[in-house]
Design a protein around this ligand. Sequence first.
Ligand code: SF4
Length: 263
Amino acid sequence: MTATAITRAAAITRAALAGTVTLEVARYLPGEDERPYFQSYDVPYHADWVVLDALNYLKDEVDSTLSYRWSCRMGVCGSCGAMVNDVPVLTCAAFLRDYLPGPIRIEPLANFPVERDLVIVLDDFMEKLSTIKPWIIRETEQPLDQGEYLQTPAQLDDFKQFSMCINCMLCYAACPVYQNDEEFLGPAVLALAQRYNHDSRDEGNTERNDVAWLDDGVWDCTFVGECSAVCPKGVDPAGAIQQAKLESTLGWYRSFLTPFGRR
Ligand code: SF4
C-alpha cells in the first residue's frame, strides 16, 4: 500500500469513527445578504453518501432554508452541479469519502450569477443555446408514407457523443474563456451545434454556423480543455470545438472555389 493510500485509509477510518464530516456551504440571498458567506455544518458520515445526500440531510433535518437544485440523483438530469473543493462536479456523483478528512467546501458553479445559495441563474446559457437552433432543421420534409429518416450506425456515431450533453453547466464553470468573456457561446452550446450539424437528417448547418463560426463562437476557444476534463458524460466539448474550427477553415477555403455552394 502506498503512503497516499495509507493516509486516505486513515482519513476514512477517522471519519467513520467520528461519525461526522464538516461541510462549508456557500449561502447568499441577493437583496438581503451583502455578500456570499460560508456556513459550517457537521453531517453524518456514511461511506456510500454523495455530497447531494449530505445536502438533502441538511435541508430535511437541519436547515430548510438551504437552496440548491437536484432531481434524478443518477447523473442524468444535470441539475445538481456545484463547485466542491473548487472543482465543478455533479453532487449526485461526488462521494463524501473522496473529500476526507474534510472540511468539504460547496459553492455554486463558478462563472454564473447566483439566484440563491447554490442555485445559479441559467438565462445566459439558455439565450445562447437558442441561437444555434438545437433541433433538426429540414429544408423539405419527406412524405409521411415514406417512413422515418433512417441512419446507419456510422451516421449515428458521427454525432452521438455530442448528444450525451445533459446541460449540467460544469464545462462553463471550468472554462477560463467564459470566465473572462461573457459573449463567448461556451463549450456546451458549441458541442450541441456540432451534434445537430453532424446529424445526417439535418440540413441547418449554414444557419447554425452563421453563429457558431464567429469570433464569439468557436474562434474564442483557446483549447485549454478543462471543459472536457470536467464533463461527466464524456461529451468532449473541446474536441467538438476543434472539429468545428477545422470545418470552418475548410468552409472558408471552399467558399472561394464554390462561392454559391453550401458550406
Ligand atoms: S458538455 Fe458536458 S459538462 Fe458541458 S453541459 Fe454538456 S454534459 Fe455538462
